[in-house]
Design a protein around this ligand. Structure first.
Ligand code: FNR
Length: 387
């Protein structure tokens, strides 16, 4: 037990590590192969130095902004995280409540534990829905209808996962193997974290994807889920499918996982309302550039033609500010919210989000900008960049 309050994303990460069974913490924390891109995602933001400005009236700093036509208390969206519901009891419900409390959108993953109906009925604010393309297009149509009926008006279609990336931590923990040895390893991990078992007991029922429960009745452990994903996710998806989706979905459409200026232009041509510049949190191809590294190119290519969000390695309010200074309209955060949820449930996540907003406000105050829309390249210190 520790008597200190968690404050930063890293504090919540450390708590989550103590609380979750190892295979689950590693599933959340890890990235593809050598994890170089995972590390670059966070460290590349740090190379951007800010300009301190003084003697500006900063009495009324306002972090609120418009994202995809929605008013947000700050330009932050909780990114879709598959299986987030395992980090705490009815995890996605708790997270959506926190997001509502903080005045920011919550994105529910296709492969969330709680269904879109369950999450939606727990909050007043409309949630965003993330879609992975499945081979079964009837199933996709049914999912879109379900999301629409539950009040979702922003669809985040993820395009950077034709197949799940290779994550060595998961392999070492036996997550991709149904062998008896691998199962034993997971049981040992579970027994090493008894508090987590209470939550499982309280939650009850088999492990399930709420949005897909009718098509995957046998999925009562992570191996079954992995096998199902490998067989159902559709690697044949192309831009033609985006055109189909655009015409099928009446709400706002975001493409998540754009990391190249040419793809960004094509996303605009396909009529997407926004893009998320993302490498899936460094979980797909190790060796690709970070979000911070690619954002300037993409902003140059499509600025003003579509909304641009960025994610990957955003860990503080200062990082949020840096992303806006590079030209993003907002950011998504992934692991930090799931760490906070695992560490302290809804309250933990409330505290994390409050802290991010305070840090963002402080960064605005000390750079002398009072509105989100006024943050831009002017706030970056081109002379003082770190090497
Ligand atoms: C993800 N991400 C993700 N993205 C998505 O579109 N659908 C999903 O189901 C998931 N699942 C998922 C699980 C886990 C454990 C992680 C860590 C990430 C990617 C996520 O939405 C986001 O792009 C990254 O997490 C952003 O990077 P940071 O903030 O985690 O560094």
């Amino acid at each position: 037990m520790t008597l200190r309050f968690p404050v930063t994303a890293e504090d919540y990460r450390n708590r989550a590590r103590r609380r979750l069974p190892r295979f689950l913490f590693d599933y959340l924390d890890g990235g593809a192969t050598d994890e170089q891109t995972l590390r670059a995602n966070a460290s590349d933001w740090h190379h951007l130095t800010l300009r301190q400005r003084v003697l500006v009236d900063v009495d009324q700093v306002d972090t609120s902004s418009q994202l995809l036509g929605e008013t947000c208390a700050m330009p932050v969206v909780l990114a879709p995280i598959g299986l987030a519901g395992m980090m705490a009891r009815r995890g996605e419900v708790q997270a959506a409540r926190s997001a509502e409390n903080a005045g920011v959108p919550f994105t529910l993953s296709t492969v969330g534990i709680c269904s879109v109906e369950e999450v939606r009925t727990a909050v007043n604010r409309a949630i965003w829905f993330q879609l992975y393309m499945l081979r079964d297009r009837d199933r996709i149509e049914a999912l879109l209808d379900k999301a629409w009926a539950a009040g979702c008006r922003t669809l985040v279609f993820t395009v950077d996962l034709p197949r799940p990336g290779m994550r060595h931590r998961d392999a070492r923990n036996g997550l991709s193997s149904p062998s008896v040895r691998a199962k034993t390893l997971k049981i040992i991990h579970l027994l090493s974290r008894p508090r987590w078992l209470w939550d499982v007991a309280l939650r009850g029922g088999p492990l399930n994807f709420g949005n897909l429960s009718d098509v995957m009745p046998g999925a009562n452990d992570l191996d079954a889920i992995k096998t199902w994903i490998d067989s159902q996710f559709d690697p044949t998806v192309t831009w033609d499918d985006i055109a189909w989706l655009r015409q099928r979905w009446q709400g706002r459409l975001m493409l998540k996982g754009i990391l190249d200026a040419d793809d960004a232009r094509q996303a605009v041509d396909c009529g997407s309302d926004g893009i998320v510049v993302s490498n899936h949190g460094g979980r797909q191809l190790d060796g690709v550039a970070s979000g911070a590294g690619k954002l300037p190119d993409i902003v140059t290519a499509v600025h003003g033609k579509t909304a641009i969000l960025v994610d990957g390695g955003i860990r503080s309010g200062v990082d949020i500010f840096r992303a806006l200074a590079l030209g993003a309209q907002g950011v998504m955060i992934g692991r930090p919210w799931a760490w906070a949820l695992a560490a302290g449930g809804e309250t933990g996540l409330n505290n994390l989000l409050t802290g991010l907003q305070q840090e963002l406000r402080m960064a605005m105050t000390l750079t002398g900008v009072i509105r989100i829309n006024d943050i831009g390249p002017d706030q970056l210190d081109q002379t003082g960049e770190k090497q």
